[in-house]
Design a protein around this ligand. Structure first.
Ligand SMILES: [Zn+2]
Length: 234
């Protein structure tokens, strides 16, 4: 199992780690700052550097569900480190920060459109959520509300509750397709003060002002009463 340093602090850019497993495409470590693909958020990219000078690009990160080990996938042709190696892991911070900003913006979108969410995903530069709403929403009104919430510079805070407390409050779950990360007996709640509170395992900015201005790229009909709202940076 890999210790997830980004859970408590999404602003960590690098860390020391020990290689615990090596596979064809990459390696596992004891702890990491690399977010693994999941919850609609892409896996981190970046670099590794060994004490002996061996280095390489990490092109993706994902979590092995059974072992809980984060696999750091390397670029093709990269010489892999060996088990027991001490390494330094550094994420591509510019990319991750854009993803953190857009991910946090999706929480604002939940606040701006108080309807059931049926799915969603975040890419580098844009993000989308699908809502279960029969009538087409007002694109400009959503954009205005988003930018208002962002400009309000609302602080983000994290809170941990038990699985049992989570079960007692099913209303907290906004996204029907993404189950809150569980299994450890604890669920992490992410709150943007006064706007949005929900369980989420992703990485977020400390204040909404950091998201910066956004625009609603499109509102599309997907299925009978699904509306897909896509947002990008303005
Ligand atoms: Zn989140």
């Amino acid at each position: 199992m890999t210790k997830e340093l980004f859970r408590e602090n999404g602003y960590l850019k690098s860390c020391e780690a020990e290689v615990t497993s090596v596979l064809d495409k990459g390696f596992g470590v004891d702890q990491t700052v690399f977010y693994p693909m999941g919850g609609g958020q892409p896996g981190d990219t970046g670099k590794f550097l060994c004490a002996d000078g061996l280095s390489g690009e990490i092109v993706d990160t994902y979590k092995d569900r059974e072992s809980g080990v984060h696999l750091h996938v390397v670029a093709e042709g990269t010489t892999l480190p060996t088990v027991g190696d001490k390494i330094i892991l550094s994420i591509d911070w510019e990319r991750r920060h854009r993803i953190m900003r857009m991910h946090s913006c999706m929480h604002m979108l939940c606040a701006a459109v108080p309807e059931p969410v049926t799915g969603g995903s975040i890419r580098d530069g844009s993000g989308r959520l699908d809502f279960d709403i029969p009538e087409p929403p007002d694109k400009q009104a959503i954009e205005d509300k988003l930018n208002e919430l962002i400009a309000a510079d609302l602080p983000m805070s994290l809170k941990w509750i038990t699985d049992a407390e989570m079960d007692a409050q099913p209303d907290l779950v906004r996204t029907m397709s993404v189950k809150p990360p569980r299994g450890s007996g604890q669920v992490r709640l992410v709150e943007f003060s006064g706007a949005d509170l929900q369980p989420c395992g992703g990485t977020h900015v400390a204040r909404t002002g950091e998201i910066g201005p956004v625009r609603v790229q499109s509102v599309k009909k997907k299925g009978k009463q699904n509306r897909r709202i896509t947002v990008e940076f303005a």
